[in-house]
Design a protein around this ligand. Structure first.
Ligand code: HEC
Length: 94
């Protein structure tokens, strides 16, 4: 039975990391709906001269606005919100 502990460890590692990588845009939408309409509405996400130019830039901007609001979101919340905005408005591949 010497093989069991490493296999178990490997399985848990794979499950654990896939959870970290999986975005939850529905949770992101909830966060954005609840917190993000006091300074601007969704029109900034679709305007012609919008600032954000990449998926990574979207995460950076969400973080910036979230900090400006004085919220204390986890990285996961920031990613979920960015993923929601990307699917709904920006549609970057990367
Ligand atoms: C304290 C005011 C404020 C709040 C609250 C705020 N934002 Fe912003 N946000 C800004 C400003 C200012 C800009 C730049 C808009 C401009 O240039 O007209 C901006 C721009 C953005 C952009 C980029 C738009 C573009 O041009 O591509 C995104 C994305 C964004 N905000 C996301 C969010 C999210 C997500 C939240 C909620 C966590 C949020 N904002 C809450 C002030 C705010």
């Amino acid at each position: 039975m010497k093989l069991v502990p490493p296999l178990l460890f490997l399985t848990l590692t794979v499950i654990g990391s896939s959870q970290v990588l999986a975005f939850d845009p529905a949770a992101g939408q909830q966060l954005v709906d609840d917190n993000c309409d006091s300074c601007h509405g969704t029109e900034v996400y679709t305007r012609k001269d919008r600032m954000v130019k990449s998926r990574a830039g979207l995460t950076t901007q969400v973080k910036r606005c979230e900090l400006a609001l004085g919220l204390t979101w986890f990285d996961e919340d920031v990613e979920n919100a960015a993923e929601y905005l990307n699917r709904q408005f920006y549609r970057f591949d990367k």
